[in-house]
Design a protein around this ligand. Structure first.
Ligand code: G3H
Ligand code: 13P
Ligand code: ZN
Length: 313
């Protein structure tokens, strides 16, 4: 099946009260782990690549791998640019086979965010590609840029209608307390999300797909596995699954997950190599890593986002 945009997926997800998982991909094993889970559960899925992923694996390899997965599985799969930093990167992805791009102008002054996002939307829409914009700033680390919690800011619901109508974006990422990376809350801190903001945003923008970044839950078993087999990760607290379920039942149609995949892959690799110190064939240690990614993604699709069985409805 050819790659699709997120338009139909989001419409059905909004109406059905579930969300589509958007998983970051950086290599073949990650693409396969995710899409095997989606295939088993007949779920629509978004595979997204950051600028860092394009630097690491190269644009052409990523596009070819994601297209191969869409052909093999027959699933509706969207290929999305995660955190597009500028017009040129978005244009290169639009020209190069992506079906969706994010332009992340969230750190710019409001009017500059609007101008940049609008420019990307005009180019993308002329080429049949959809656009995600962002209002509000998440804390955490992305592409080696760290935003301290005190410099993060919640989305202001009074701005979202103006932003969406003036830019023409197809979906909007908002900041309600999630953050990027494995360390989302300080040790002992109780995880909290501002559902009141999400509710107000949905009132201002009825039936408009909202995106949640920084939504990994951080599996404690996997952190334990990493530390048991030679790693040393400090305590990490993610977004509780029941909060993600609640968001998916509301206006959130796309939930971004990267850290959970990184942690699963690292845990499986550490365990395998530690238990099999003589192994040196990458296929031996990448197989359990790919399997654990598949398990993590299947759990999210089925038990958290609720997108199981919605690939062809
Ligand atoms: O939100 C950021 C994603 O986790 C991508 O991370 O830029 O290190 O590839 P990255
Ligand atoms: P996590 O770091 O919580 O996985 O967030 C990923 C993300 O938002 C990608 O854009
Ligand atoms: Zn993000």
């Amino acid at each position: 099946m050819p790659l699709v945009t997120t338009k139909e997926m989001f419409k059905k997800a909004y109406e059905g009260g579930y969300a589509i998982g958007a998983f970051n991909v950086n290599n073949m094993e990650i693409v396969q782990g995710i899409t095997r889970a989606a295939k088993k559960l007949e779920a629509p899925v978004i595979l997204q690549c950051s600028s860092g992923a394009r630097k690491y694996a190269s644009h052409d390899y990523l596009v070819a791998m994601v297209k191969a997965a869409a052909d093999e599985t027959g699933l509706p799969i969207a290929l999305h640019l995660d955190h597009g930093p500028d017009f040129e990167t978005c244009k290169s992805c639009i020209d190069g086979g992506f079906t969706s791009v994010m332009i992340d102008g969230s750190s710019l002054p409001y009017e500059e965010n609007i101008a940049l996002t609008k420019k990307v939307v005009e180019y993308a829409h002329a080429h049949g590609v959809v656009v995600e914009g962002e209002l509000g700033t998440l804390a955490g680390v992305e592409d080696d840029v760290a935003v301290e919690a005190e410099n993060a800011s919640y989305t202001r619901p009074e701005e979202v209608y103006d932003f969406a109508t003036r830019t023409g974006v197809d979906s909007l990422a908002i900041a309600i307390g999630t953050s990027h990376g494995a360390y989302k809350f300080k040790p002992g801190q109780k995880p909290q999300l501002r559902f009141d903001i999400l509710e107000e945003v949905a009132k201002q923008l009825p039936e408009f797909p909202i995106v949640l970044h920084g939504a990994s839950s951080v599996n404690q078993e996997h952190i334990k596995m990493i530390n048991e087999f030679g790693g040393s990760m400090p305590d990490a607290i993610g977004i509780p699954e029941d909060m993600l379920r609640q968001a998916a039942a509301m206006a959130v149609c796309k939930v971004n997950v990267d850290s959970d995949i990184r942690i699963a892959m690292t845990a499986a690799l550490r365990k395998h190599l530690s238990e099999n110190p003589t192994h040196f064939d990458p296929r031996q240690y990448l197989t359990p890593a790919r399997n654990l990614i598949e398990e993590v993604v299947a759990h999210k699709i089925d038990k958290v986002f609720g997108s199981t069985g919605h690939a062809f409805d």
